[in-house]
Design a protein around this ligand. Structure first.
Ligand code: ADP
Ligand code: MG
Length: 163
């Protein structure tokens, strides 16, 4: 009996620790940024209020001024596209607010709240419709899939900042 218990304990200790978020939070988290133009215009508070009123809970948040290089790394998937240089110049032009937010079906629910990429095409009342100035300066970022949300959240936040 004693030996069995010891073996059981040894197996448990050898197992990798379960990642709490992986097990329970898939589909519930997304990542967002309030882009430089919206922060500079003083819309961060109103946009955060819209996010909270839509039922999202803040999980992690920081104000940060990205370097051009960091903006380029974040948007690496768009490297080579016509708008990449403008986008990385814009995203490093002033402070942004980066946040991880939680709600059921977070990625899809958040993209509904922010509207289409081009503010001119975003539905009335969406964040981009209200606060976007152009297709590049479209007020907010929202992840496009669960795996993207995880990668983007980890780009900005360490596990100790991620509550
Ligand atoms: P979304 O942010 O809606 O997921 P994308 O991932 O396609 O859109 O693009 C990333 C960001 O690049 C957009 O939010 C926008 O700021 C900028 N962008 C996208 N398409 C264009 C475009 N055709 N012209 C200028 N900027 C663009
Ligand atoms: Mg995108």
């Amino acid at each position: 009996m004693k030996g069995q218990k010891y073996i059981f304990l040894k197996i448990v200790l050898l197992l990798p620790p379960p990642n709490f978020k992986d097990v329970t939070m898939t589909g519930k988290l997304t990542f967002t940024m309030i882009k430089p133009s919206a922060v500079a215009a003083g819309h961060a508070g109103d946009i955060l209020a819209m996010i909270e009123k839509a039922g999202f809970r803040l999980v992690a948040m920081k104000l940060i001024h990205l370097s051009r290089h960091q903006a380029g790394l974040f948007y690496a998937e768009h490297n080579g596209k016509s708008f990449y240089e403008d986008l990385t110049r814009f995203m490093s032009s002033g402070p942004i607010i980066a946040a991880i937010i939680a709600k059921d079906d977070a990625v899809a629910e958040f993209r509904k709240l922010i509207g289409a990429t081009d503010p001119a095409k975003a539905e009335k009342g969406t964040v981009r419709n209200l606060y976007g100035k152009s297709i590049t300066e479209n007020a907010v970022h929202g992840s496009d899939a669960d795996a993207t949300a995880e990668r983007e959240g980890n780009f900005f936040f360490s596990s100790i900042e991620n509550v």
